[in-house]
Design a protein around this ligand. Structure first.
Ligand code: PLP
Length: 406
C-alpha cells in the first residue's frame, strides 16, 4: 500500500491495559531516567535474592544442566513431568497435606499459578477478596479478567494481621475467592494459627475457594510456616509456590500449584488443566530442578533464614529510629512496609520519587500494593548486605528529615 494512503493514527490498545498495573516494575522507568543522567540507583524494588549475591544451590543447577544435556528440551505434558508432580505431592504429604500427584501442576512460577487459578475461578464482574496491602499481580490479573478486587485490611497496629471484621463485611453474592498471602509480601507478616483457622472457616461459611500463596513459607525466620491446608484437608484450598524464593532461582520461572483433595475442587482442577493446555508447558529443564529441590539437601534454607532475620532486625531498628517513620518488624521473607507521616497533600508516590531523585534509592510506593496514597507506606527489599543496608538507611534518614521539614 502506498505510504500516502495509510492512516496516520496510532494503533489503539485494549482498554484492559489501562486497568493493568504492576507498580514493582512500572516504577523502574523513573530510575532508568535517573541512571541515564549518571546517578547510581540502588534497586530495592524487586525481591530477587540472586541479584544481591545469594546463590542458587549447586544441585539444582546440576539438575537443570543435566536435563538439558540429556535432551529434555522438547515440549512436556502441560501439567508437568510426572517425577516433579510426585515430588511436590510427596513434599506436601511430608508437611501434613495428603494430595495425589494428579492435583499438582508444574507452573511457570507462582505467577502463572495465580493467573491460571483466577482465570479458572472468576468471571467478569465476580469479586475476589485480596489483602491490603497485596502482592499486585492479583489485582493486575483481575483487571485483565474484568473481575473486581475487594481489599480486606491488614492492620499495621497488629503486626499486619487481617482485620477479620472488615473481611466479613465485604462478602457479596458475587464473591468467589479469598486470597491469603502468608507469609506476606509486602509486609513480612506470618499469621498465627488462630487467624489462619478463622480465614479457613470464613471461606467455608461463604463457599469461597482459598488461593493460598505460600511462596514464602520456607523463609519464615522461626522456621518454615505450616501449609494452610494442614488446618483442614477438606477445605477448598489451592496452594501456590515456586523455586523463586526459598530455592533461590527466580529467573527459572518454575513453580507448582496444588489443588486440594476435596471433590468440590474436581471441576477446578479440570479447568486449570484445560487452560494450561493452551500454554503447552512450563520450561522443561527446570522441572527437573523441582525434583532435586524437594528431594535433596535444603541446608541453604536455614542459612538464608538467618541472613534474612538479621537484615529484618537491622531494617526495623534503623527505620523506627527515624522521626516520623514506623516499621513493623518482618517475620519472614525480605520485605518491610514502613509508613512515613506525610504532610497533608503529599502522597506515598511523591515521597518515593523524591527519595529516588535525592538518593538513588528505589523503593515502591504502598499505593502500588492497594494502600491509600496518604498513608505514606512504601516497600523496601532488604536483601542487601548488612553494611550496605546501614548506609542505605542512613541516607533514607537524612532524606526523610529534610522531606518532612520542608
Ligand atoms: C506473594 C508473591 N506471590 C507470587 C510471586 C511471584 O513469584 P514467582 O517468581 O514464583 O512467579 C511473588 C514474587 O515476588 C510474591 O511476592
Amino acid at each position: 500500500m502506498p505510504t500516502s494512503s495509510r492512516l496516520a493514527q496510532p494503533i489503539p490498545v485494549a482498554a484492559r491495559v489501562d486497568r493493568f498495573s504492576y507498580a514493582i516494575r512500572n516504577i523502574v522507568g523513573a530510575a532508568q531516567a535517573l541512571e541515564a543522567r549518571g546517578t547510581r540507583v540502588r534497586y530495592l524494588n524487586i525481591g530477587d535474592p540472586v541479584a544481591f549475591g545469594f546463590q542458587t544451590p549447586p544441585h539444582l543447577i546440576e539438575a537443570v544442566t543435566r536435563a538439558i544435556r540429556d535432551g529434555h528440551n522438547g515440549y512436556l505434558p502441560s501439567a508437568g513431568i510426572q517425577e516433579a508432580r510426585e515430588a511436590v505431592a510427596a513434599d506436601y504429604a511430608a508437611c501434613g497435606v495428603g494430595v495425589s500427584p494428579d492435583r499438582v501442576l508444574i507452573t511457570t512460577g507462582t505467577s502463572e499459578g495465580i493467573d491460571l487459578a483466577l482465570n479458572a475461578l472468576a468471571d467478569e464482574g465476580d469479586e475476589v477478596l485480596v489483602p491490603s496491602p497485596t502482592y499486585p499481580l492479583y489485582t493486575a490479573v483481575l483487571a485483565t479478567i474484568n473481575a473486581r478486587p475487594r481489599y480486606y485490611r491488614t492492620d499495621p497496629n497488629r503486626d499486619w494481621l487481617p482485620d477479620l471484621d472488615h473481611l466479613r463485611s465485604l462478602v457479596t453474592p458475587r464473591t468467589r475467592v479469598l486470597v491469603v498471602i502468608d507469609p506476606n509480601n509486602p509486609t513480612g507478616a506470618v499469621y498465627p494459627t488462630a487467624v489462619r483457622r478463622a480465614l479457613v472457616e470464613f471461606a467455608e461459611r461463604h463457599g469461597l475457594t482459598i488461593l493460598a500463596d505460600e511462596v514464602y513459607a520456607d523463609t519464615a525466620f522461626d522456621g518454615p510456616a505450616p501449609l494452610l491446608a494442614t488446618l483442614d484437608q477438606d477445605a477448598p484450598i489451592i496452594s501456590l509456590s515456586s523455586l523463586s524464593k526459598a530455592y533461590l532461582a527466580p529467573g527459572w520461572r518454575t513453580g507448582w500449584m496444588v489443588v486440594g483433595a476435596t471433590p468440590r475442587l474436581d471441576n477446578v482442577v479440570a479447568a486449570v488443566k484445560k487452560l494450561a493446555d493452551g500454554r503447552l508447558c512450563s520450561p522443561a529443564p527446570m522441572q527437573y530442578a523441582v525434583v532435586a529441590a524437594l528431594t535433596g539437601d535444603r541446608s541453604h534454607q536455614a542459612r538464608f533464614r538467618r541472613a534474612l532475620a538479621e537484615r529484618a532486625q537491622i531494617t526495623a531498628d534503623a527505620l523506627n529510629a527515624i522521626p516520623g517513620m514506623r516499621c513493623v518488624r518482618p517475620r519472614a521473607a525480605f520485605y518491610a512496609m514502613p509508613a512515613v507521616s506525610l504532610p497533608p497533600g503529599r502522597t506515598d508516590e511523591d515521597y518515593v520519587l523524591a527519595l529516588l531523585r535525592a538518593t538513588g534509592i528505589l523503593c515502591v510506593y504502598g499505593s502500588g500494593f492497594g494502600m491509600r496514597p496518604e498513608e505514606g507506606t512504601f516497600r523496601i527489599v532488604f536483601l542487601a548486605d548488612p553494611g550496605e543496608l546501614r548506609t542505605i538507611y542512613a541516607d533514607i534518614a537524612a532524606f526523610t528529615r529534610d522531606y518532612l521539614a520542608r
